[in-house]
Structure formats: structure tokens, C-alpha cells
Design a protein around this ligand. Sequence first.
Ligand SMILES: [Zn+2]
Length: 295
Amino acid sequence: MTRFDANRLRETLTVADGAWATLLRQRGLPARTLAEAANVRQPELVLELATAYLAAGARILSTNTFACNRVALTQRGVHEDPERWNRRGVELAREAATGTDTLIVGTMGPSGRMLRVRDGDRGAIVEAFRRHALELAAGGVDALLLETFSELEELLLALKVAKEATGLPVIASLSFDSGPQRTATLMGETADACGAALDEAGADVVGCNCGAGVAHALPSVVALRAATSRPLWVKPSAGPPELDDGRLVYTLTPDEFVHHVPALIDAGANIIGGCCGIGPEHIRKLSAMVERRHR
Ligand SMILES: [Zn+2]
């Protein structure tokens, strides 16, 4: 029985974690190692980051399993079976959260194919989502997190497959980085249309993550809130990284990050965390700010 309670999330403000892949790199994961493979090859690094997010005040922890989708991995030239990466990803999150009431959400990213342009084998994509969802569910996650999707149609498909396969609550989150106000997906679907479609399709939580960055997130949050009464999940990135000596560097400071957050809360965000470039120090500032507001 999952402890995930969407009604409760809708009435409260909850702090979630920050990024995984970009932060594991910052903490020394070699560029040649897929971030999710670290669950098996460098588990201490993953455990350390999970522990840092909890110490910073995160009450929802996502698993380091974003790319463990077989279609996505094949496209990246990875032919290893991700079952162990999924299993260890959940185990590490649970280990970090031992003795706390932290919710663990199993992260699933997109397939890397665009359904609308009939790119790729739909049957293979469905099967990849199904196995990803089942492997995370087997580890005992409280909910599934579908995040950083750039196409509504693919997210709706993943939502249906994940729900049917596991019966778990599902958080469905898109990346908005296009259009004049950065309120559209790469495929041109607007936040208001996406919010309405995900609500209709039964997503337990609707959200936006990554995208154009926290400085541009407000219009998308406003549009999603107007389109759905579900809890709103908001995990923006730090914004575009800069290239420094061949490495991608995110320059947004924790103070700059939290500067944008009150407006997101006022617009109706219920769960706030961060995506690419947002680490434990940003989450610590965020938690302190949320605590001050609700004292
Ligand atoms: Zn991101």
C-alpha cells in the first residue's frame, strides 16, 4: 500500500530533491559512465547525494533511474540490461531514507523517440515503459515519476502504460522550453493544453521540470494551475549551462534559485525541487525559505 497521498500534497507545500545526473558528474562520476550505471558501479556516490538531499530538507526523493528505458539506452549505444540499475536505484533511495517518512518516487524518462512523427517502433516503446515501471514498482516505490518529457503524446502513453502495469500513483511532468514565454514543449504543445490533457488522463500529479530554467518557469506554472486542480510538481533547472574548458557548468547560485520560488508557490506549486544544475545547497536554501513562510 503506497503512502503517496495526492490530496494531502494538494493542500501542502513539499520540498523535493534536485538533479541527479548533473550533480553526480559534479561529484566526480566519470563522463564515460552513464549516470544510472553509478547505482551499481559507484553506489556510494549515489547514496551520498541522496543523503545530502535528505539532510537539505527534501521530503520526496527520486531514484537515479531516469535513462533506464531500453529504447532510450539502445539509442545511446548502451546494450546492458538496466534491470539491476533500476533495482539498485530504488534500494539506494530506500537506504538513504531509512527511518524517515520520505516518499520515494521511481524516475522514468522518455524513450528519446517522437511518436507524432512516427519515429521508432511504438510496440517497443510501450514495452520499454512497461518494464521500467514494473522494475521500479518491484523495488517498492511510493509513486512513479515520468519526467522531462518533450512530447505530450509520449507522456500520455507512458502514463497509461505505467498505471496499467503497476497501479501506482503517477506524477506526469513535461519540459517547457519553447515559444515566446517558454510555455511550450519542443513539439509545440502548450502548458495549458498539456495540463488539461494530463488531468483528463488521470495523472495523480501534474508538473513541469527542467525546461528553460527557474527564471522562466512562472508562466508554465500559472498555465498548469489554471488547467488542473491536481497537485502541481515544479522542478525547474538552473537554466542553460555554460561551457567552461569543455565542461558544462551551471552558474545559478542557491540565492538566485530561491529568489524565483515565492512566485512559483503563489502561482500554485505544491511540490518544489530542482532539475539540472540544482544541488543540495539549493535545496537547503529552498527548505529554509519554505519553513519561514509556513512558520
Ligand atoms: Zn533537467
